[in-house]
Design a protein around this ligand. Structure first.
Ligand SMILES: *[C@@H]1O[C@H](CO)[C@@H](O)[C@H](O)[C@H]1NC(C)=O
Length: 280
């Protein structure tokens, strides 16, 4: 199902700062649009699959939720702990705690002791606290690091911030050669002179001044080399850039995975962070 989703080991050991909230980068409507756009690439739908749960195809135990969290890498256990913090009581997952903690520690994909785990997971798909717990872990693995990188570089436009978010989801937010950090580095090496453009935002790279969107186009070209599973998202971002939609408000024309034009709007809200865990 997740044709573009590439899980990198670095994600599994990402340190979680569950209580930190980020002010950097995308917020509100543009963030909502960025989530919908990346969901189209990952799942063929603007919605996040909160209730999805199945045996992991690579033998990593159960794979579930909005990021295909899995029991062997330990991010499933991170979600369950975040959920326990919100429920504050014994909840439907408590009986799995010992086993989940042990599998996260050992990295084992065994599902012994996790009988009916997927039934419990899917049964909570509409639970606001469970949605919030998934969103919290998802943010700490992908969204927050991507927006911190965008801020550090000085990116101002929604489209650039969304490309960083999408890259973190598809390729990992770490510093490996084919992850977000490595692609930023490789892109900036290509900047060897000043370059103007019409985005009204300049980046300072290697002592040169380069228009933000000109830099972003270089970034997408570098990323395209590594996206061997398909380039639907790169093509859609290029389409958005060609349309001059650098800053996003309300409605955005995008390409679907077949290259057909469609629009997404902020009225379709599937941003996990929009859901207040206290409104259950
Ligand atoms: C960006 O750099 C160009 C060339 O140096 C300059 O003309 C332009 O005013 C700069 N734009 C901004 C918004 O700083």
């Amino acid at each position: 199902m997740l044709c573009n989703f590439i899980r990198l080991p670095v994600l599994a050991i990402a340190t979680l700062f569950l209580s930190s909230s980020v002010k950097a980068g995308l917020s509100d409507c543009p963030k909502n649009l960025a989530f919908q756009l990346t969901n189209i690439f990952q799942f063929g739908d603007i919605k996040s699959p909160y209730g999805n749960c199945e045996a992991d195809s690579d033998g990593s135990g159960y794979s579930s939720g909005i990021a295909n969290f899995n029991t062997a890498s330990g991010d499933t256990w991170d979600v369950i702990q975040a959920y326990h913090e919100l429920t504050n009581v014994e909840d439907a997952f408590s009986k799995y705690d010992k086993v989940l903690a042990e599998r996260a520690e050992s990295g084992s994909g065994s599902v012994v002791g996790l009988e009916n785990f997927c039934d419990v997971w899917t049964g909570l798909a509409l639970d606001a606290k469970f949605i919030s717990a998934q969103g919290t872990v998802y943010d700490s693995l992908y969204f927050t690091p991507s927006q911190n990188s965008a801020d550090k570089l000085g990116l101002k436009h929604s489209v650039s911030q969304a490309v960083f978010y999408d890259t973190a989801v598809s390729r990992g937010a770490g510093s490996g050669k084919t992850s977000l950090g490595g692609i930023i580095k490789e892109t900036s090496k290509k900047v060897t002179s000043d370059k103007t453009g019409d985005s009204e935002s300049n980046l300072s790279i290697n002592g040169y001044s380069i228009d933000e969107i000109e830099w972003l186009k270089l970034f997408l070209d570098v990323r395209a080399k590594y996206d061997t599973h398909g380039k639907a998202n790169i093509n859609s971002f290029k389409y958005i850039i060609e349309n001059g939609k650098f800053d996003w408000v309300d409605t955005l024309d995008v390409l679907n995975n077949k290259g057909e034009v469609g629009d997404i709007t902020c009225a379709n809200s599937f941003n996990p962070l929009d859901i207040n865990p206290n409104q259950n």
